[in-house]
Design a binder for this molecule. Structure first.
Ligand SMILES: *Cc1c(COP(=O)(O)O)cnc(C)c1O
Length: 381
């Protein structure tokens, strides 16, 4: 399936809604039946029917088909946030007494769930350096049920060898899941490399306009069917039809937005690489990245996220640098039209150097962004 077929045609049933080019927002909580027999049939096989919007909704279904097709899986569930999607995978694959292997420095709320919440239900996690295959092998226990990946992660941009990890997991009957938000369903396809579950925050690139919070889990039909009742309907973190429609609207332009954001990041990285006031730039698809060979093997490109470590230990200088940027907003998240920074000095963690700043390149002109950083570097000496 080509990309434009997925984004423009797949899942659209225009003859059902006046041949309108854009599908309607089916903003309803429930669906009515004409006979008791139909009602009984639908309620007993809810996954195949429209009964209630905490289960299926026609607007949401279009998005489900498209995201599943992007990742090359049978099916997908769309959630009300990326974290709801992450929690759903943990709840689907784990039971009391189970053990998880997770890469270190995953998304902050993934870390929170695995260290603060799931231990209360007798589920433990070993965090490992996912750059080393031997660390996966050594961490496997008899009760290990899930290997949780994030490649690359979105602050240090460390990679895991997805094919090798999937192979190892399969040998030991362990599930694999990856937070693939970075690659936006376009620059990396983990399911094709053997990963069981592919998770997205749709809040970022997929929706792309900083106006929706949503998430998705992609997997095979058997698993998605298993998740539908228990963790989707049962926990109820479903998207509103209106948010699903905004997500769909955002996805129409995903490839060109992604391309612009990625090329902006590449130009900024290229321009500042080796700059005397910058200690290091971390971008997973740049030849200077220690895992560039692996990146080339399993990804087709890097996206708009990268980090700079400014050459200073002086936090006042780092703050002055950040405060003076005019084209990079200071805010969490990424994947929208606007460029952003997150400096580590807002206390995102313990092991960051003082000069660490995470950048997201949005859709502005590259030369404008470069000039803005150039100007702000005057505060670093
Ligand atoms: C933002 C983010 C999430 C969480 O998504 P929400 O939609 O905010 O719940 C998960 N993973 C990564 C990599 C993210 O950047």
């Amino acid at each position: 399936m080509d990309l434009s077929y997925i984004l423009n045609i797949l899942g659209e049933e225009r003859d059902q809604y006046f041949d309108a080019v854009t599908p309607p927002i089916v903003q309803t909580s429930n669906f009515a039946f004409k006979t008791v027999a139909d009602f009984r049939d639908a309620i007993n096989t809810e996954q195949q029917h429209h009964v209630y919007t905490r289960g299926n909704n026609p607007t949401v279904e279009i998005v489900r088909k498209k995201i599943a097709a992007l990742e090359g899986t049978d099916d997908c569930l769309v959630f009300s946030s990326g974290v709801a999607a992450i929690a759903a995978i943990l709840l689907h694959t784990l039971r009391s007494g189970d053990h998880v292997i997770c890469v270190k420095s995953p998304y902050s709320w993934t870390q929170y769930l695995l260290t603060e919440v799931f231990p209360e239900y007798n589920i433990t996690t070993t965090f490992i350096d996912g750059r080393e295959m031997s660390q996966f092998e050594q961490a496997i226990q008899s009760n290990t049920k899930l290997i949780y990946l994030e490649s690359p992660n979105t602050f240090w941009f460390e990679l895991q060898d997805l094919e090798a990890v999937s192979k190892l997991a399969r040998k030991h009957h362990i599930f694999t899941a990856i937070d693939n938000s970075y690659a936006a369903g376009i620059y990396q396809h983990p399911h094709k490399l053997g990963v069981d579950f592919v998770i997205h925050t749709a809040t970022k690139y997929l929706a792309g306009h900083s106006d929706v919070v949503a998430g998705a889990v992609c997997g095979n039909s058997e698993h998605i069917a298993g998740m539908f009742r228990r963790v989707f309907m049962g926990f109820g973190a479903v998207p509103s039809p209106h948010d699903a429609w905004l997500l769909l609207r955002g996805m129409r332009t995903l490839p060109i937005r992604l391309e612009k954001s990625a090329s902006n990041a590449e130009m900024i990285v290229e321009h500042f690489m080796g700059h005397p006031k910058i200690e290091r730039i971390i971008h997973p698809f740049h030849p200077s990245h220690p895992q560039f060979a692996l990146a080339q093997k399993q990804m087709t490109r890097g996206c708009g996220l990268f980090a700079m470590i400014l050459k200073t230990e002086n936090k006042t200088q780092v703050e002055a640098f950040c405060n003076s940027l005019e084209r990079f907003l200071m805010a969490v998240s990424w994947g929208g039209y606007e460029s952003l920074i997150v400096p580590a000095c807002i206390k995102i963690g313990d092991d960051y150097p003082a000069g660490f700043v995470r950048f997201y390149a949005g859709l502005e002109e590259a030369n404008v962004l470069i000039a803005d950083i150039e100007k702000a570097l005057q505060y670093i000496d």
